[in-house]
Design a protein. Structure first.
Length: 350
């Protein structure tokens, strides 16, 4: 039985930052994740994707963000159960919880923080007749290594942030980048749309809208595709076709834990602490929903901070604490050793 103060389900950016905020309160954390390494989607799906909305970083690769978070939480020595999925939860008489994974590993904690992101997911695929024939033979749904596209002809389809961001990034990698969207308007960030338009003017991105890919061509590997725009058919020679239509998320076993679910997300009380309808169970990051919810890593960090404050009060109802800013208390407690990390940023008063 693994015992901890806060059991975090999901080791993506929000789950990892929770360890830091809990550590400032001298709360021990353990994380469960079905993936074999920490980082969530940032590590598994797009480690080389640039992220632009992390405070203090004009641009940071998703994988580098994960590395930085792992370095930041080192002083607090979190535990990890990786490659296992949280399967069941049992509430104990004292209000604590036992969470068991699909491999039978049991975890005991007074507080559970669900930070599972989008949950388990699979890419949304376009309805093309011979799509499966070219999967991993020129058709990819996830970009793991941009160098794979060095000096290649690449066609990206989609209208969201991923399609825009990867088109911008690969413009300096691939020999030719074409972005196709079925509408003239994009759903992504306005700044990214402007960058794509600028790269189009510079001849670094070929933008085709409104249009759709309707056919794939090739023998053993993708060689070309057909694009339909209004009454026009265009044949494009290409080495890679990357449809980025988002992910189809599923909560998995968590959806059977008695939590209040709305549109495949966990409802929480955002007026105070992001607690679910079950006291002691919180949901933070992309896995939760509430009025005005924004699915941003930045928002997950904020939710994790407030959640940890609430968790401390739940675990130690008889104690009160005085919060001190790290600029006041200093940073000597964060040099990588557990002993020094426990020099109070939050001073506990009995």
């Amino acid at each position: 039985m693994i015992k901890t103060d806060i059991l975090i389900i999901g080791a993506g950016p929000t789950g990892l930052f929770t360890v830091f905020e809990a550590g400032l309160l001298k709360l021990k954390c353990h994380l469960i994740d079905a993936l074999p390494q920490p980082g969530g989607q940032c590590a598994e799906i797009y480690p080389k994707k640039p992220i632009y909305d992390i405070p203090g970083f004009p641009e940071v690769l998703a994988g580098d963000l994960v590395d930085n978070l792992m370095e930041q939480i080192k002083p607090f020595d979190p535990g990890f159960t990786l490659g296992e999925r949280a399967e069941t939860i049992e509430k104990q008489e004292d209000g604590s919880f036992i969470v068991t994974t699909n491999k039978g590993t049991k975890h005991h904690a007074p507080v559970v923080a669900i930070a599972g992101g989008l949950g388990s997911f699979e890419p949304r695929k376009p309805l093309l007749e011979n799509l499966d024939k070219f999967e991993d033979k020129g058709v990819e749904y996830i970009i793991r290594d941009p160098e794979m596209y060095r000096d290649k002809k690449v066609v990206i389809a989609g209208g969201g942030d991923s399609a825009l961001d990867w088109s911008i990034f690969l413009a300096d990698v691939a020999s030719e980048v074409t972005l196709i969207h079925r509408r003239n308007e994009f759903r992504g960030a306005l700044d990214s749309v402007e960058k794509v338009e600028e790269l189009k003017k510079l001849g670094k991105i070929n933008l085709i809208t409104p249009a759709e890919v309707t056919e794939l061509h090739g023998e053993d590997h993708l060689e070309a595709l057909t694009v339909e725009r209004e009454d026009e058919k265009i044949r494009l020679e290409t080495d890679h076709f990357i449809p980025l239509f988002g992910l189809s998320p599923k909560l998995g076993p968590i959806g059977d834990w008695g939590l209040e679910i709305e549109k495949n997300a966990i409802k929480v009380d955002n007026t105070l602490d992001y607690q679910t309808n079950i006291p002691g169970i919180y949901a933070i990051g992309d896995v939760n929903t509430y009025p005005g919810k924004l699915k941003l890593i930045l928002c997950g960090f904020h939710e994790a901070t407030l959640m940890c404050q609430s968790a401390y009060k739940l675990i130690y109802p008889e104690k009160r604490y005085v919060m001190k800013y790290t600029t006041v208390s200093g940073i000597d407690g964060f040099d990588g050793t557990r002993k020094e990390a426990e020099k109070a940023v939050i001073k506990t008063i009995n």
